[in-house]
Design a protein around this ligand. Structure first.
Ligand SMILES: Nc1ncnc2c1ncn2[C@@H]1O[C@H](COP(=O)(O)OP(=O)(O)OP(=O)(O)O)[C@@H](O)[C@H]1O
Ligand SMILES: [Mg+2]
Length: 293
């Protein structure tokens, strides 16, 4: 079933500079591959095959947007990467470490290298913004310190710096529940940053936000990727947002990678192929209020 798997445009030599000068995205050398899926399939109990023979390689510092219809397997891709969902077959590595078949202790190490950003932010609402960000440092300090709230000053400093990166350091001592949605997502990003992760994974990070805030948060993610070189994978369902912020686009359809290429090669037809249907206003974050005709 591998015919027609890649809709990848032929002869697309002008990939953006951040992907390296010899931009052969299926280069066989492994030197810079931070994420690698080799022939990965995931079948859930009950029989749904959520990923089918996925091959994907993401190099150090890349910013990749993943799109696909609801149910296409976007979340499964991220969950397989952090070992939350076991791959049924194939190999997944992060920075060379195999995720598939890893034991609990190994998974803890792997997950400490992955900053996760969630659609619903996953903050602890009744505590301060700073404490939420410090959660990102949990694996870096002895448990008794974090339990007693006796964070070393260097840890507090690191957390404050992460808040500064996302422009809300002045909210450090505010209760998380008192922030707006966009501010809460920035705390989520700061918490992930505080981990000093090798990889940032964001599963529909702006789905709960309004259009203006969505763009700001996507802008934060892209800026952090640029400034700090953290390899980033973002699942999005708004195609205009994917086009605006994506650099490399991966399209999933029914568990298969059906597109993998530079965003500048993406046309409306590409999105239609990925979705297997015409694109509607619901697929766009911002719908122009132009009168028809
Ligand atoms: N825990 C689970 N058990 C069984 N089937 C699952 C489970 N999680 C996901 N699935 C199924 O696997 C397929 C892929 O789901 P997944 O959540 O990865 O899609 P998605 O692209 O993230 O969709 P959405 O855009 O709605 O978030 C779907 O058919 C879904 O119903
Ligand atoms: Mg999902």
């Amino acid at each position: 079933m591998s015919s027609e798997r890649q809709l990848k445009p032929s002869g697309s030599p002008s990939l953006s500079a951040d992907r390296g000068t010899e931009a052969d995205d299926h280069d066989t050398t492994d030197a810079r591959a931070v994420i690698r899926f080799d022939d990965v399939s995931v079948t859930y109990r009950g029989g749904v095959q959520a990923l089918r023979n996925v091959d994907l390689r993401v190099d150090d510092g890349e910013f990749v947007v993943v799109v696909g219809l609801s149910g296409a397997g976007k979340s499964t891709l991220l969950r397989a990467l952090n070992g939350l969902v076991p791959a049924t077959s194939g190999s997944i590595t992060i920075d060379g470490t195999e995720v598939v078949g890893a034991g609990a202790a190994e998974l803890r190490v792997i997950r400490s290298q992955i900053g996760m950003i969630f659609q619903t932010f996953n903050l602890v609402h009744r505590t301060s913004v700073l404490n939420n960000v410090l959660m990102g440092r949990l694996s870096a300090v002895p448990a008794w310190r974090s339990t007693l709230g006796l964070w070393p000053s260097a840890e507090r400093e690191a957390a404050l710096q992460a808040l500064e990166r996302v422009g809300i350091v002045e909210k450090a001592y505010v209760r998380a529940s008192n922030l707006s949605g966009g501010q809460q997502q920035r705390v989520g990003i700061a918490r992930a940053l505080a981990q000093e992760p090798a990889v940032m994974l964001a599963d529909e990070p702006v789905a709960a936000l309004d259009p203006v805030t969505s763009r700001q948060v996507m802008g934060d993610l892209l800026r952090i990727n640029r400034e700090m070189g953290i390899t980033t994978l973002v699942n999005l369902h708004f195609l205009d947002l994917a086009r605006e912020f994506g650099r490399r686009l991966v399209g999933l359809r029914d568990g298969e990678v059906v597109f993998d290429g530079d965003i500048s090669d993406v046309t409306d037809d590409t999105f239609q192929e990925i979705y297997g249907r015409a694109i509607t206003d619901d697929d766009l974050l911002t719908v122009d209020a132009e009168p028809a005709g």
